[in-house]
Design a protein around this ligand. Structure first.
Ligand code: AHM
Ligand code: MG
Length: 349
């Protein structure tokens, strides 16, 4: 019988790769794993416990918060506070960064950016949802950690990961040395290594995009969608369209099977919908570490300048050759032209 390796054992084993590491990052990852298990327990009870539906509040982006959004946010923040390895948290659900001012956290080296529950619109209908997290080393040297600690380029991430609450619950993470996936075994309450050294195929046959917005996409995106739909046996086209509407679930599937996920600029969201700091950068880090590619259509996501906590971006992410092809088609239409076209459009919102 194959020996089981838990997330905790794996993290300790990997710490040996960094001889001068003091175990802080390992403990931080462990804290995130614990919070993920607590959130998973509630997600699994959704429908039984009074946890479905709207919380009756809005986040800074004007999006209605679900009860589970709020619950997950509280759980992750509380785990990070109690763990003592994180001095500041930035969350999709909070307008500003949260300084952790406990005695055990005062010398903490790390800041965490998090989307506690991504894919909120799927919460009430038993469809896969996720948590996305990104870890940076604090760069400010005096006083409390501040905004600049979290406004670092994606290339500066120390670790990133996601949890997918799906048909089974998985935690997938990278510290810049490949990607590993752990499945939660509910019988022992532990994440166990199930997907060592995850690699995304260079090519795929799945494209994932909300085609309902087709008429409001930039021309380069329309051109790429048409390319996906054209018959060509050599490149296995037409491709298959798969879109769940939960970035974590869509990307997890595409990472395993090969595919591209696109959330472009649209007339309704001229700066993109997805957030750079706690959605796109961590996912880009993971996908690149798995051998894939992530771009805003023109430039590498991880190199984009970060100026705002809740900054949005377009994203084209997944199998390397598919993203290259999409970029090739975007190159025919400059970002300036896209903006100009949007200005002439009727806004959806
Ligand atoms: P959320 O963070 O409010 O849940 O929104 C992010 C989600 C992504 O998971 C998903 O890819 C996208 O929004 C779906 O948006 P749309 O419904 O516009 O296709
Ligand atoms: Mg989100």
């Amino acid at each position: 019988m194959k020996a089981v390796k838990t997330l905790g054992q794996f993290i300790i084993e990997k710490q040996a790769d960094f001889p001068y590491a003091k175990g802080e990052l390992s403990r931080l990852l462990r804290d995130i794993g614990i919070a993920a298990k607590i959130v998973n327990r509630e997600v699994n009870k959704a429908g039984l416990a009074d946890i479905l539906g709207d919380a009756g509040t809005m986040n800074i982006q004007g999006e209605g918060q679900k009860k589970l959004d709020v619950y997950a946010n509280e759980q992750f923040i509380s785990a990070l506070k109690c763990g003592g390895e994180c001095c500041m948290v930035a969350s999709e659900e909070n307008d500003d960064c949260i300084n952790i001012e406990s005695d055990i956290s005062k010398d903490a080296k790390y800041v965490v950016a998090i989307d506690p529950l991504d894919g909120s619109s799927n919460i009430d209908v038993n469809v896969g949802i996720g948590t996305i997290f990104s870890i940076y080393r604090r760069i400010s040297t005096e006083g409390k950690a501040d905004l600049k600690d979290v406004l670092q380029r994606g290339t500066e991430q120390v670790a990133a990961g996601y949890v997918i609450y799906g048909s089974s619950t998985m935690l997938v993470y990278t510290t810049g040395k490949g990607v590993n996936g752990f499945t939660l075994d509910p019988s022992i309450g532990e994440f166990c290594l199930s997907h060592p050294d995850l690699r995304i195929p260079d090519d795929g046959v799945i494209y994932s995009i909300n085609e309902g917005y087709y008429s409001h996409f930039p021309d380069g995106v329309k051109k790429y969608i048409k390319y996906c739909q054209v018959e060509d046996t050599k490149t296995q086209r037409p491709y298959t369209s798969r879109y769940i509407g939960s970035m974590v679930a869509d990307l997890h599937r595409n990472m395993i099977k090969g595919g591209i996920f696109i959330y472009p600029l649209t007339a309704a969201a001229p700066n993109g919908k997805l957030r750079l700091v706690y959605e796109c950068n961590p996912m880009a880090f993971i996908i690149e570490q798995a051998g894939g590619k992530a771009s805003n259509g023109y430039n590498r996501i991880l190199e984009l300048e970060v100026t705002e906590l809740h900054q949005r971006t377009a994203i084209f992410i997944g199998s390397k050759n598919m993203v290259n092809k999409a970029e090739e088609m975007m190159a025919c239409f400059s970002p300036q032209l896209i903006k100009k076209n949007f200005e002439g459009e009727v806004c959806l919102q």
